[in-house]
Design a binder for this molecule. Sequence first.
Ligand code: ADP
Ligand code: ASP
Ligand code: MG
Length: 469
Amino acid sequence: MSLVVMKFGGTSVEDQAAIERTAAIVAGRVANGKRPVVVVSAMSKVTDQLLACAAAASRGDRTGALAISSRLRSRHKDTAAALLKSPAAIQNHIDHEFDCLDEVLRGLAAILELTPRISDLIVSYGERLSSAMIAQAFQQRGLNGEHVDSRQVILTDSQYQKAVPLSELIELRCNEIVLPLVNDGKVPVMGGFIGSNEAGITTTLGRGGSDFTGALVGGALNAEAIEIWTDVNGIMTTDPRICPDALRVKVVSFEEAAELAYFGAKVLHPATILPAVSKNIPVLVLNSRNPSNEGTRITSLAPPCSSPFKCIAVKRKLSIIDVVASRMLMTHGYLKSIFDIFDKHQLAVDMVSTSEVSVSLTVDSTDKLPAIAEDLSKVADVKYEGQKALICLVGEDIRGKNGMAAQVFNAVRHINVRMISQGASEINMSFMIEEADADEAVRSLHAAFFQNPDPSIFDVEARKPASTV
Ligand code: ADP
Ligand code: ASP
Ligand code: MG
């Protein structure tokens, strides 16, 4: 059966027009004999606004929180009215959901403590509402949409805000709940990002996690493809918001995609690739505003490319921690004692560099830093600084090539580089700079490495000036 999972991001469902486009794209797949399972994000910016609601309530700003919630209520009800001939039922549902949310916000404003668990409950409304509404919109457009509450399907552990999915249970639930609908000719519509733990309490997979939901469902159902529909033509040579002349990459390997997602290319959630790799399911990144564009294909093996790098990613809001041993030499077990402290605070380290007396590490959290620094100061002298960015160049074709580092650092010779690493995977080179220099570094590298890109891998046609005929 040609089952495809189609995940639509926030901009692809941001308003009536976007949802109409999405419905047309899904209808096109059905017309081609495909059986889609649709995963949707919250409407664009809704997750941020729900988090803002939660933050306001937890500061005691009850009025501010309820005002944001009220604007969100109107946005969803107005969109439903624009989409549906008879919106009353879904509007009642939207009202009921927002009444429940407002209760939570009032409670939060009284207790003034926002736990990760409550935060997950609050943000889950975004995907719950968008998926319920879009299922109805599909029905009205002859698509047989059927809403599925993802919390019944995406079972996770209890690490709120970054829950780990339980693949075997997800597979069972997908086969019990989602597959029968598909077999019945229905188009299941699920919210991305959200799940629930064993006790049925709402969890989320971390920001940008709807891609991950799409991949989990695709993996569980052995889909023929996982399509990630977004607002750009695919994975580009770098973020087009930084470099407008970024080019679409036609094909990348799973390994390359995983590296560049992890190192900050927002277009794909870093964990998306895992379920696809384990079952060798191709992932396509496509543009819902330009559906005829062929997008980017992520496959197990990428064809050889004459350009060394495929993509430049940037990860911002990082901090660098310098730990200097108080005695001259790092003794046996010293590094372990440092990493144990990071483990205790559950903070992942992105990059490490060591010398005889010092260790520098980069992390992407600032709120845990004072507590970590205090613990580290028991074994060493510690300094930390925020506002750093990691620039990462990814490409399988750098394997075994000489002189790449020289070319990279020559391109950014005017920028102060704080730390350097060549990943053990051998397909990425990364370095740490001041966040303020990040855009300039990306533009310089892009100009240096994508002057004459390999036309079999990059969409060079898009760069040619429009014909003047
Ligand atoms: P969605 O809401 O569809 O999940 P996201 O905002 O999460 O979309 O991701 C798409 C955005 O990712 C693009 O608009 C683009 O600005 C950004 N982006 C960052 N790096 C890249 C890249 N290398 N290729 C394409 N887009 C990128
Ligand atoms: N809505 C969630 C977010 O903004 C998940 C997603 O869109 O992927 O992070
Ligand atoms: Mg995203």
